[in-house]
Design a protein around this ligand. Structure first.
Ligand SMILES: [Zn+2]
Ligand SMILES: [Zn+2]
Length: 313
């Protein structure tokens, strides 16, 4: 629908559509298929006008479809919105492109089903959208520039993802950006690559489930580039990791340190420690794992400290 929607009083439009529908049902038996279709096209246009008019009556922009989409999404932070809703309030069928602009030009953290990612808590259908925070993110334009550059580089998906994470250490990035950098169709394989960065290569990447409960769904953060988990810690299944972080309330079991206390002077991260060492047959199960901050973790492995019984799960 490229036709510009007409903004009229909602009441007037509703009546008009009523009339058209009545007329259609009375005369339908005498009409050819083509004639019926043409009438329905006309009714659809009116319904389209009605959507925009309803939005305008509620205070959304009269002139710009993108502004209506912006207002509608901002009014529904953390609520999953269907593409069809955006079609109604905007009156245009290319709303997806407008959403992309809101993301890349205005810095809104909008994730979509196009980059669905259960690892970070996102369960969206392909044409669904979710705004993570009401305020645009001022750093976002810079990240999209970087994402754009890295996306064009040769090399594996995983290397591109890692490069993007490294360019944003300590900064929150979204699954939408990662999916863009990975340049994959369909969500699955880019999320698997991110998981591998953590579980096979040992990078300290956190989500809402793994140490950073303050993050929104669909957000990731690389906490450090110089801290890479030891080989044996890398094979803890994601669901076990989630379970342990949740059980330990995302805090170090020894000194209660949590990510909110992070500072440049004291840049710790949270890690999982095996009570019975993996090499000695300790299993990757919640009972055998403990959340520790990297400082306490180092102390334990250097035998500068032992785990008191009350800290055991
Ligand atoms: Zn350990
Ligand atoms: Zn600690």
């Amino acid at each position: 629908m490229t036709r510009k929607p007409k903004v009229l009083a909602v009441e007037v439009l509703t009546k008009e559509i009523d009339e058209k529908l009545k007329h259609f049902s009375i005369s339908a038996s005498k009409l050819s298929l083509r004639e019926k279709v043409l009438r329905l096209v006309d009714i659809r246009r009116s319904v389209n006008d009605l959507g925009v008019s309803v939005a305008v009556e509620d205070g959304l922009s009269r002139t710009a479809a993108r502004d209506r989409i912006e207002s509608y999404i901002v009014r529904h932070v953390s609520v999953i919105i269907d593409g069809e809703e955006l079609a109604v309030v905007s009156g245009i069928s290319e709303y997806a492109r407008r959403v992309r602009e809101l993301r890349t030009e205005k810095g809104y953290r909008i994730v979509s089903g196009a980059s669905n990612d259960a690892d970070s808590g996102l369960n969206l259908k392909p044409d669904q959208y979710l705004l993570l925070a009401p305020e645009p993110d001022l750093d976002s334009a810079r990240r999209w520039l970087i994402a754009n550059r890295i996306r064009r580089e040769d090399g594996s998906i995983q290397n591109r993802l890692l490069e993007f994470f490294k360019a944003n250490v300590g900064k929150v990035v979204t699954t939408e950006e990662l999916s863009y950098v990975a340049k994959t169709k369909g969500g699955d394989s880019f999320t698997r690559r991110i998981r591998e960065l953590r579980t096979e290569h040992g990078y300290a990447i956190a989500t809402i489930f793994t140490g950073r409960p303050d993050l929104a769904m669909g957000e990731y953060i690389m906490l450090s580039t110089d801290r890479v988990a030891k080989e044996h810690d890398r094979h803890i299944p994601m669901d076990v990791q989630r379970e342990v972080y949740e059980r330990d309330k995302n805090t170090c079991r020894l000194d209660g340190w949590s990510m909110e206390k992070w500072s440049k002077e004291d840049p710790r991260i949270l890690e999982l420690h095996h009570l019975k060492a993996h090499v000695k047959g300790g299993e990757n199960i919640a009972k055998n794992l403990l959340v520790l901050c990297s400082r306490c973790h180092d102390d334990i492995h250097a035998n500068r400290r032992t785990i008191p019984p009350e800290a055991l799960p």
